[in-house]
Write a protein that binds this ligand. Structure first.
Ligand code: CO8
Length: 275
């Protein structure tokens, strides 16, 4: 692939959008390669995914403005659908996805981060939906997901004004869970960049997820995502089904068995087998 790199270590996959000369902007080829990458994830092995952008300046600077500039109405709608289909695939991936936002997350960049389960960022991150200033609406889910994550009032203000926000404000409104800065020693030397700390933080969260029972984690994701799209009566039925679905699995027996085992036989980490 030209624009996506994919690595798996210790059950954690890292997908990197790698088009630094355009600040990792999403053109049709990037979307196509991302789609293929998501299809190829081995869910027997991978228990959490980290999505990031190449370089230290930009996560994803949006959809490719050059490619969009000459689209007809029909082509614009089709491009929106292409992005939405890929982002929905990401959002409904059975395993959790962490967006490690290392710089600009504008337009489609903010939208792809919002399709992930968890967002964390470096302190140089900038979020925003600049589309109204470009003469279009957010078209990769931004009008829908931003309001669901940060609330309607703040989402409308961000989208109507097309104003970008920095990491601290993104944290304050709940768009990101954590911000990472560079580590500096007493002499003032940088011992780890913000980007390095961000990726280490993402790996730590991913490892924390990967340690738990995979079937349970997947069912939690499904219950939260599907339950949020319906009323509470149906939502708790969704939860009940997914809760029940965990029983009689080897992992449920192993997890509860370990809790009930005599103290001297308890394992610190249960070797869950994903079955
Ligand atoms: N598309 C295409 N190229 C881009 C994009 C982009 N979104 N962002 C940056 N680039 C390119 C620049 O053109 C430049 O290329 P070149 O070196 O060949 O001139 C290179 O990346 C570096 O960019 P800059 O020189 O501009 O770098 P700066 O540090 O000066 O500025 C910014 C960085 C502030 C991020 C600036 O590049 C910028 O404002 N980029 C555009 C951000 C933006 O508006 N994003 C939203 C795009 S719209 C969108 O995402 C809609 C999603 C829904 C689509 C629905 C389809 C129907």
């Amino acid at each position: 692939m030209e624009f996506i790199t994919y690595e798996v270590n210790n059950a954690v996959a890292v997908i990197t959008i790698n088009r630094p000369r355009a600040l990792n902007a999403l053109n049709s080829q990037v979307l196509e390669e991302l789609d293929q990458t998501l299809d190829a994830i081995d869910l027997e092995v991978v228990r959490a995914v980290i999505l990031t952008g190449a370089g230290e300046k930009s996560f994803v600077a949006g959809a490719d403005i050059g490619e969009m500039s000459t689209l007809t109405k029909a082509e614009g709608e089709a491009f929106g659908k292409k992005g939405n289909d890929v982002f929905r695939k990401l959002e409904t991936l059975p395993v959790p996805v962490i967006a490690a936002v290392n710089g600009f997350a504008l337009g489609g960049g903010c939208e792809i981060a919002m399709s992930c389960d968890i967002r964390i960022c470096s302190d140089n991150a900038v979020f925003g939906q600049p589309e109204a200033g470009l003469g279009i609406t957010p078209g990769f889910g931004g009008t829908q997901r931003l309001a669901r994550i940060v609330g309607v009032g703040i989402a409308k203000q961000m989208i109507y004004t097309a104003r970008n926000i920095k990491a601290q404000e993104a944290y304050r409104i709940g768009l990101v869970n954590e911000i990472y800065s560079a580590a500096v020693d007493e002499a003032g030397n940088v011992t780890a960049t913000a980007q390095e700390n961000l990726m280490a933080g993402a790996q730590k969260i991913a490892a924390g997820i990967a340690r738990n029972a995979p079937i349970a984690v997947r069912n939690c994701k499904k219950a939260i995502n599907e339950g949020l799209q319906t009323d509470i009566d149906q939502a708790i039925v969704i939860e009940e089904k997914l809760f029940g679905d965990c029983f009689e699995t080897e992992d449920q027996r192993a997890g509860m068995g370990n809790f009930l085992a005599p103290k001297d036989q308890k394992l610190k980490t249960v070797p869950f087998k994903n079955r």
